[in-house]
Design a protein around this ligand. Structure first.
Ligand code: ZN
Length: 281
């Protein structure tokens, strides 16, 4: 049951909320940052990535919805066929660092190099310039977002600062970029690896949050991983959430770049218009 507490639609059309499905393809590099190097099982979890990616692509195709894939550059270069398949299916291909190193542990020059390698690798594969970036482990610093601006990106998904996109001006001399807010609460790793919850419990959590966001006009940015949500049961949690969103009829399921572009254009033509529904007057 949705209680419509605010009557100012802030999303395109009649949509009351936005849902952004993102899939981070870490390959071997993500886990290598977290795990004990002798723990070969945990290190090899991401060997499942290609299987999970195919299942996710088929699921998205079944529902005819578009998602955003955040690809580690070196992994994309090692397996370009899957990147091309996702791109050809209409999904956004965005950046997730070169080898999933924590960017706030790199020098400014190293960070720039990391961005450039990934940008070039993805562009070579898809023929399209990536426009978004999610920092590995959400470990960024101010330079990270200055570089994103410098490369002409329009979005990052790093700062869990609310339920709406926000304009950022890391370098005031350049055009602003959009932060799309992630959350550990919307990260499949929290539910299926850190804790071994059931797909039903995970779906219930996400559905309840999306219900509140529908009443408030917010957005949900899910961060998922093919080696986690691409597994059989967890993939049903994703499917059920899409089912819920589609049945609701008022949720804009959109790629990160479409949401960021729309928000940027709206903010430029009507500054702060998106906040009207979030005031008490
Ligand atoms: Zn990652």
């Amino acid at each position: 049951m949705i209680e419509r507490r605010r009557d100012v639609p802030i999303w395109p059309g009649d949509h009351r909320a936005a849902l952004c499905l993102t899939f981070d393809v870490d390959g071997v590099y993500g886990e290598a940052n977290y795990q004990d190097q002798s723990n070969t099982y945990m290190l090899s979890q991401t060997e499942y990535d290609p299987v999970g990616t195919v299942r996710i692509l088929e699921l998205l195709d079944d529902y005819d919805v578009q998602a955003t894939f955040c690809w580690v550059g070196r992994v994309a270069g090692d397996g370009p066929d899957l990147v091309r398949r996702a791109h050809d299916a209409g999904h956004e291909i965005s950046m997730h660092t070169w080898t999933h190193r924590y960017l706030n542990q790199l020098t400014d020059e190293e960070q720039l190099r990391d961005f450039e390698l990934t940008f070039d690798a993805l562009r070579r594969i898809t023929g399209v310039d990536p426009v978004g970036h999610k920092t590995g482990g959400w470990r960024y610093n101010q330079e990270t977002h200055r570089i994103a601006q410098q490369l002409g990106l329009i979005w990052v998904m790093d700062i869990p600062n609310g339920d709406l996109p926000t304009l950022m001006f890391p370098n005031p001399e350049r055009p602003p970029i959009i932060n799309l807010p992630p959350s550990f609460h919307y990260d499949d790793y929290s539910f299926f690896v850190d804790k071994m919850l059931t797909p039903a419990a995970t779906y219930d959590f996400w559905r309840d949050d999306l219900g509140v966001l529908r009443s408030e006009g917010g957005m949900m940015c899910l961060t998922m991983h093919p080696f986690v949500s691409g597994r059989p049961g967890p993939s049903r949690a994703v499917a059920r959430l899409i089912d819920y969103a589609v049945d609701a009829g008022d949720v804009w399921i959109a790629r990160a770049n479409h949401i960021a572009r729309w928000w940027l254009e709206r903010e430029v033509s009507e500054p702060n218009a998106g906040l009207i529904g979030h005031t008490d007057d």
